[in-house]
Structure formats: structure tokens, C-alpha cells
Write a protein that binds this ligand. Structure first.
Ligand code: HEM
Ligand code: HEM
Length: 131
């Protein structure tokens, strides 16, 4: 497995543990963590745990399932950087209730998703007709 995909999976698992810990802390004492805690928890779980896990597994498995090599390893590595710059900025933005930081982080996360989408489409698209 590519080192970058291992990173995606490891980071995803770490976010899962972090997001679960934040939710449990919030349930135990709702005032302890500042900002919009449910949003932070929800996006750590979805963009952090679930999506990073999907990224790591899909980048490894989909080229193999389709009998191709990944269209661009460089795009996938940039995807790792964008995804992991974006989510922390969103978290800090929600902690500080600072919308422009969430917007900036969200834009970087979105670029990560777009790179992934383009890379996977260009990897799995058949040479001939689609059906
Ligand atoms: C570790 C176990 C988990 C606990 C204890 C937990 C607990 C919570 C709590 C207390 C809330 C806030 C409810 C409120 O608004 O008062 C919440 C919201 C939420 N949780 Fe979890 N959760 C867990 C796992 C997950 C997982 C695995 C996911 C997704 C993969 C998830 C996704 C969400 C989402 C999307 C929200 C709504 C966030 C929002 O309103 O912006 N949670 N959870
Ligand atoms: C580009 C990345 C993303 C950005 C910038 C973003 C941003 C936001 C914002 C600003 C809100 C709050 C909206 C409000 O004020 O009510 C929100 C809510 C939410 N987002 Fe995201 N999000 C992103 C990705 C995702 C993804 C990938 C998922 C799920 C797979 C998701 C699930 C949710 C959920 C469940 C809520 C709570 C909706 C509710 O109020 O009940 N988000 N998101």
C-alpha cells in the first residue's frame, strides 16, 4: 500500500478517536469545550474519520478493481495536504466561532474532494463507451 494511503487511514482513525472523545466530553460537560461543539464533532467524524478512511481505501482499491493504475499519484498527495489543512482550519474556526476561518478551511477541504473526484473519474473511466 502507498505510504500516503496509509497516512489517510491512520489520520482517519485518529480523527474517529478525537471526534468520539469530543462528543463524550460534550455530553459529560457541555460548557467545557468552547464554540460550536456539535458541528466540530460532526465534521471531525464525517470529513475526518469517514472521508479520510474512504480516501485511503478508495485510492488503494479502485485502481485495482478497475485494472488500471491511479491516474495521478501527485494529485492524490495534494489531496492529502488539502484535506488535512482544511479540516483543522474548520475546527479552529468553529472553536472560535469565526466564520471566515471555516470558509477558508471548507474551501481547502472542498479542493481535496474535487482532486479526489477528478483523479478517480480519470482512473476508472473506460477507454470505450461507459456501459
Ligand atoms: C463515539 C460515539 C459518538 C457519540 C458519543 C456521539 C455524540 C454526539 C452528540 C452528543 C451530538 C450532538 C447532539 C446535539 O446537537 O446536542 C452528535 C452530533 C452529531 N454526530 Fe455524533 N456521536 C458519536 C459518533 C458519531 C459518528 C460515528 C458520526 C458520523 C460518522 C457522528 C456524526 C454526528 C453528526 C453529523 C452530528 C450533528 C452535528 C451537527 O449538528 O452539526 N457521530 N453526536
Ligand atoms: C467542504 C466541506 C464542508 C464544509 C465547508 C461544510 C460546512 C458546513 C457548515 C457551515 C454547516 C453549518 C450550516 C448551518 O449553519 O446550519 C454544516 C453542517 C453540516 N454538515 Fe457540513 N460541511 C462540509 C462537508 C460535509 C460533509 C462531507 C458532510 C457529510 C458527509 C457534512 C455534513 C454536515 C451535517 C450533517 C451538518 C449539520 C446539518 C444540521 O444542521 O443538521 N458536511 N456543514
Amino acid at each position: 500500500m502507498h505510504k500516503r494511503n496509509r497516512w489517510f487511514i491512520t489520520i482517519g482513525l485518529a480523527y474517529g478517536l478525537l471526534g468520539g472523545g469530543i462528543a463524550l466530553t460534550f455530553l459529560a460537560d457541555p460548557g467545557l469545550i468552547p464554540g460550536n461543539v456539535p458541528r466540530i464533532h460532526g465534521h471531525i467524524m464525517l470529513l475526518g474519520f469517514i472521508l479520510m478512511m474512504i480516501y485511503g481505501i478508495a485510492l488503494h482499491v479502485l485502481p485495482r478493481f478497475s485494472g488500471k493504475t491511479l491516474y495521478s499519484e501527485r494529485m492524490a498527495t495534494w489531496q492529502l495536504y488539502f484535506a488535512n489543512a482544511g479540516l483543522p482550519l474548520m475546527i479552529v474556526g468553529w472553536l472560535m466561532l469565526t466564520n471566515w476561518l471555516v470558509l477558508l478551511g471548507g474551501t481547502l477541504s472542498y479542493i481535496g474532494i474535487a482532486l479526489f473526484a477528478a483523479n478517480i473519474i480519470l482512473t476508472v473511466k473506460p477507454k470505450g463507451p461507459w456501459s
